[in-house]
Structures are given as C-alpha cells and as structure tokens.
Design a protein around this ligand. Structure first.
Ligand code: ZN
Length: 79
C-alpha cells in the first residue's frame, strides 16, 4: 500500500521512537530524481530511467525501517 502522507508520518514516528536521524526528504520527494520515495515510480540509474518500474516505500515499510536512500535512483540521503 502506498500513501504518501501516511508514510511521511510513519517514518517520522519511526525516527522518533528509535531516536534515529530522519534522513528521508520531509515531503517524500527525492531531490535527486524528483520522484516520490513513498510512491511507485521508475528506476533511475546514473541520472537516466532504464524503463523499469520501482515500487517505492510502502506505508508498512516506512513504519518499520529507517529510510536512508531513494528506492528509485538509490541516492543515499545519509552522506
Ligand atoms: Zn531518487
């Protein structure tokens, strides 16, 4: 399931509860590939789409894992 607003909240809550740094973009929009990490998109490699779809981060995953990078272009947010 993908719900951008719910995922943003779920990730913020995860970070708070685990005292983890919030790496994910606050709006969910990746500043590298311009897609939303919490919605399905397309795979981007070295700045170009290769036509494959990528799933995006689900609400469940946003509530269970620390987001450290983009699921579409694999840009790391923690360096
Ligand atoms: Zn990206």
């Amino acid at each position: 399931m993908h719900d951008i607003q719910a995922s943003i909240k779920a990730q913020a809550k995860y970070c708070e509860e685990h005292e983890a740094p919030h790496f994910a973009p606050k709006t969910g929009r990746c500043w590298s590939c311009n897609q939303n990490i919490y919605a399905p998109g397309h795979h981007v490699w070295k700045g170009k789409s290769d036509g494959r779809e990528s799933a995006g981060i689900s609400v469940e995953k946003a509530g269970q894992e620390l987001v450290t990078g983009c699921p579409h272009c694999h840009r790391s947010y923690c360096d």
